[in-house]
Design a protein around this ligand. Structure first.
Ligand SMILES: Cc1cc2nc3c(=O)[nH]c(=O)nc-3n(C[C@H](O)[C@H](O)[C@H](O)COP(=O)(O)OP(=O)(O)OC[C@H]3O[C@@H](n4cnc5c(N)ncnc54)[C@H](O)[C@@H]3O)c2cc1C
Length: 481
């Protein structure tokens, strides 16, 4: 018999606080049935022969789902976990338990919208209603000062407009009236369920990154309050080594273990109780970039994934499908230490700094001239903080086919390496074979005399460390520092 049960389908919103879908469902009924479905398509192999979601990311996701289940249990509820296609699995559950509606967070990108559409149709056929809520952004889409189709194509125009009057809605509290859903529990999947090996926990990882709302809140508390790191964020954010140079909120934000409004609330409190300065402003500024990419994805739909991007009738930069060079990039064999070190970090830990991401992306697109969508696909597979809009948006931006199209986003890799890793500590952390080379030469070992390189530093190019895959331009006019 159909009663007033509502299924809350969790997606990239793996939290119970500030979750509008959960809150609204609980407003209507105590008989809320929380569900998470691992979408098996997300674990298939890509055309480039690596998994769409690799082991580090999957590990973090499973931990986040497990923590959500624990949080719901601690609040007198539970989480039903399934594997399959949500648009099939959820209507099936609706019928089994006799629910009248499904509530969920809204997605903005192509594959996810296809799932939403099919789910809504399948539910409509069996007489159940669907409702989607915007839970991912700092600013609710109804509170930005233009309709999505009029979103400025230049970020700073967007930012200046929204900063004139920022309306950030209050957090939705954790519902208090939940009742346990009566349904047979099923064990959570393991990495093995997706044919993935458990990844080795690399001690060089910037943080041990454990998924879930509990750990997300701990990091928030730790970064802002216990360690008081926020006050220097603007000065430290471009560094490369360690836990503290930036917030590291991104993996939890991407999985929705943390909402941007939770961060906003703490930053505002910090500004009142401790310090308000350029750093506190800058963390919010970065969250506006994150919002911007979500609106940009809504404006341009499927085009954000195209090689030519969202630009129409403009020349696109030359880019090739060169698998040999692409694999060298992936496998840290470019012969440019700054690139190879960053590519090792992402492979072994699932994380890379923003500075690193900008450089490896620019190198792939502008120096190797490789199809930028391949780089975006590789990041999608590995990044713990993979966020469809931020990832594809940032890649397109660097490739020059996204927003702010007139900017020249060439990064002079060697100059960047000397600026942001002056002692070569970052590079040596990931490429210990270069340990003995002095800081002045470590970013360009190929410029040293071959005999000196071998005798003094034990490196024979092409053996212990590769020769450069391509020559980098000697001097480059770059807009980017
Ligand atoms: C090629 C490329 C791909 C990227 N892919 C992703 C991705 O898949 N997921 C992702 O969250 N970020 C992505 N970024 C943006 C940025 O690198 C990361 O958000 C940041 O490094 C995460 O570390 P943090 O949390 O310590 O950042 P902080 O510097 O502490 O910033 C705080 C938060 O602001 C947001 N933010 C910061 N910079 C950006 C930015 N450029 N674009 C959008 N949001 C930003 C993030 O949510 C971040 O957690 C990408 C950047 C590039 C250049």
């Amino acid at each position: 018999m159909r009663d007033n049960k509502i299924i809350v389908w969790f997606r990239n919103d793996l939290r119970i606080e500030d979750n509008e879908a959960l809150f609204r469902a609980a407003e209507k009924t105590a008989r809320v049935v929380p569900v998470y479905c691992f979408d098996t398509r997300q674990f298939a192999n890509t055309a480039l022969d690596f998994p769409k979601t690799d082991a580090h990311r999957t590990r973090f996701l499973i931990e986040s789902v497990r923590n959500l289940q624990e949080m719901l249990r601690a609040h007198n509820s539970d989480l039903i976990v399934r594997l399959g296609k949500p648009e099939k699995v959820i209507p099936n559950l609706v019928q089994i338990i006799g629910a009248k509606a499904v509530y969920a967070s809204k997605a903005y990108t192509y594959e996810e919208l296809q799932v939403e559409k099919e789910l809504s149709t399948n539910l409509w056929r069996i007489g159940a209603e669907t409702q989607f809520f915007d839970t991912a952004t700092l600013l609710h889409p109804d509170d930005i000062p233009f309709p999505i189709h009029k979103l400025p194509d230049v970020f700073s125009k967007f930012r200046k407009q929204v900063e004139k009057k920022m309306t950030v809605r209050p957090l939705f509290p954790i519902p208090k009236n939940l009742k346990p859903p009566k349904i047979q529990p099923v064990d959570l999947p393991t990495l093995d369920s997706f044919s993935l090996d458990t990844p080795h926990a690399d001690p060089r990882s910037v943080l041990p990154f454990i998924g879930g709302e509990t750990q997300a809140k701990k990091r928030l508390q730790d970064y802002i309050w216990n360690q008081d790191l926020l006050k220097n964020y603007k000065e430290t954010r471009n560094a490369l080594v360690g836990a503290d140079y930036s917030s590291k909120f991104s993996p939890w934000l991407a999985n929705g273990c943390l909402s941007p409004r939770m961060i906003w609330q703490q930053v505002k409190k910090y500004e009142q109780e401790r310090t308000e300065n350029e750093s506190t402003y800058w963390l919010i500024f970065e969250l506006l970039w994150r919002d911007y990419f979500k609106y940009y994805a809504q404006k341009y739909g499927n085009k954000i994934f195209f090689l030519e991007g969202v630009r129409e009738n403009t020349e696109i930069p030359e880019m090739y499908d060169d698998l040999r060079k692409f694999k060298k990039w992936i496998n840290s064999e470019t012969g440019i230490p700054f690139i190879d070190a960053n590519m090792k970090e992402i492979k072994y830990t699932g994380f890379m700094s923003n500075r690193g991401r900008q450089n490896v992306a620019s190198y792939l697109v502008k120096d190797l001239k490789i199809n930028w969508t391949w780089g975006a696909m590789y990041f999608e597979s590995l990044l713990l903080d993979y966020d469809v809009e931020s990832n594809w948006g940032n890649w397109a931006y660097i490739a020059g086919v996204g927003n702010d199209p007139r900017e020249n986003r060439y990064f002079n890799i060697i100059k960047q390496a000397h600026t942001y890793d002056p002692e070569g500590l970052y590079v040596k952390q990931w490429l210990p074979e270069l340990e003995k080379i002095p800081p002045a030469s470590v970013h360009e070992p190929y410029n040293l005399n071959e005999q000196e390189l071998q005798e003094k530093y034990g490196i024979q190019l092409g053996r212990q460390y590769p020769r450069p895959l391509v020559q980098l331009p000697k001097s480059v006019k770059s807009k980017n520092k």
